[in-house]
Design a protein. Structure first.
Length: 278
């Protein structure tokens, strides 16, 4: 009998993260809902899951900072894959309720940024209440803790809610990228269309960041994303997250990583993996 592969994801059932986890197509998978990206990575680090799936970037709202912080804090985490979902939401209430009368809107803060204009036009009285996930927002409506939820349509079916609108998004191009994370895993083989992610720190002095980035530019390595996050250890210190086009074993990427690391106080690879096909 094949062993079950446990996959931790932001729950409860019905989230976009669960949909992303299903898209990785891992055989004999057991999907384990948790309350946050940090909890998913903690389960991975503790051996309570073989993989974690986390949202990492949204085309409208940018980086998912809770995931970035959790990746920086989890030394064992290695990204081994990614997938992208086109994001559009359903708007739902309890049966027989209307949007015009709704006073409390529940959804995840990232989702709220993607539907604010639509909600302002169709549920103008509704005050935003942040939910830990979109599927949790649907449960809040079912439990009477909110009047309207913005969530995946599947969440309405799970909680017996009435759907008032489908395919809701202020921007039709909204997409979210999700990563598959393993523990101290060997990297996938190069495909010719790969992504490498690193996190590093520098001394707090003029030109410190530029010196690192120049090593990538000098070797023609494209940086596809750069973000900074406070370390929360000392004031005015930051973790820098950089995504690079290419596999960590590519000659130019490997040379740039080695040269760039010499200008940092610490550098760690978060993973190297095939880019998602669109």
């Amino acid at each position: 009998m094949a062993a079950t592969t446990r996959i931790a994801f932001l729950g409860p059932a019905g989230t976009f993260t669960e949909e992303a986890a299903l898209r990785f197509g891992i055989e004999d998978a057991q999907y384990v809902p948790v309350e946050s990206p940090a909890a998913a990575l903690a389960a991975l680090d503790a051996g309570e899951a073989e993989y974690a799936v986390c949202a990492i970037e949204n085309s409208i709202d940018g980086a998912v900072t809770t995931t970035m912080d959790a990746l920086a804090a989890t030394e064992s985490a290695r990204i081994v894959g990614e997938t992208e979902l086109a994001i559009a939401f359903a708007v739902m209430t309890r049966q027989g309720h209307t949007l015009g009368d709704a006073l409390r809107l529940a959804t995840h803060p990232v989702a709220h940024q993607q539907v604010k204009r639509w909600i302002g036009a169709h549920a103008p009285k509704a005050e935003f209440i942040p939910a830990p996930s979109n599927a949790a927002a649907a449960k809040m409506v079912a439990d009477g803790a909110a009047d309207v939820a913005v969530a995946p349509e599947r969440a309405a079916a799970l909680h017996g809610l009435e759907v008032h609108a489908r395919g809701v998004a202020d921007a039709e191009t909204a997409r979210t990228r999700f990563v598959l994370v393993a523990k101290q895993a060997a990297p996938p083989q190069p495909t010719g269309n790969d992504r490498t992610a690193i996190v590093f720190r520098t001394k707090n002095e003029p030109g410190a960041l530029v010196r690192v980035l120049q090593e990538f530019a000098a070797r023609g390595v494209d940086m596809t994303r750069i973000e900074s996050r406070p370390t929360r250890e000392e004031p005015n210190t930051y973790d820098f997250f950089v995504d690079l086009a290419g596999h960590a074993s590519d000659v130019a990427v490997a040379a740039a990583l080695e040269a760039g690391a010499a200008h940092t106080t610490a550098m760690r690879q978060l993973g190297t993996w095939p880019r998602a096909a669109r």
